[in-house]
Write a protein that binds this ligand. Sequence first.
Ligand SMILES: [Zn+2]
Length: 328
Amino acid sequence: MQFSSFAGNKDVVGWLAELLRSGRLPHALILEGPEGSGRRTLASIVAAGAVCSGIGERPCGRCLDCQKVQKGAHPDIFMVSGEGPRSFHIDVIRRIRNDAYVLPNEARRKVYILANAEAMTEQAQNALLKIFEEPPAHVVFILTCRDRYQLLPTIVSRAVTFALFAPDFEEAVRAVREREPKAREEEIRRAVEIAGGYVGVALKLLEKGGLSAAFELAGKVAKACLAGTELELLMLTANLPRDKELFRSMLNVLALIFRDVMAAKAGSRVMVSGLGDLGFELSQKMTVAHAAAALEVAGETGRALDSNANAALLCTRFCAALRRAVGK
Ligand SMILES: [Zn+2]
């Protein structure tokens, strides 16, 4: 995989390619962006570039090092990943620290990818800081995280941070189509829309039938917030804290539904959510102010989810706020 295959983020990609080409790659990089923004994909491309032995553009995709990277078998690239808060312990960093001072096996550099770096405990980060302060010349660290502010400021100040954003709509559609050539065009476009343009999220939606799950649930939630009791809403959303991806995509579909309600109120016959007449149906039961407030709740909850708020608490708050928004 090469830089040209990475969707969007042209500035970041351009800078990284230039740093590699000119041999000025820093010892520590942070790739920051939300879930599905391509942090790991880009980390792998940079790692390949750092060990590439080709001439000119790196990674070249042709040299022996690049070929090994493509097989996932380069002996100088290491990846560790934290899964869940504080799951990334000091012993992992200590092992890396011992290994970092040993010369590379084959390439000019050794690369350590620390994915979900915000999962590092404070002790782990402090241990990492010791290597950051005096890194061996042959070592490159690539940290990926959702939000740099969840890392110690001393770590961030010794690294160069690159923030990733969603590519524009058509570019995201192209990237998803390339990787899912069998998916229907309409499905791809809908997945990209619900994923907020993030290619990784859209791919996951297509992969597990997540798209229909998100639509089905959002439709039920929209109806339940207007009818029944809060308990009904709590039960419908009970699994969401354990499935943040579904939570996120459900919120995105919900936002489309409330936009449909507002459009219906304004006399439009065109519904964007793709949930048929649901927008019209709901528009009979709510005011424009209700729909606007509910839209705001969906957006706010999504932002809180992105910033890694406690999902269980957030889900409960979401149910209460949604009912309040529609005047229940
Ligand atoms: Zn190469």
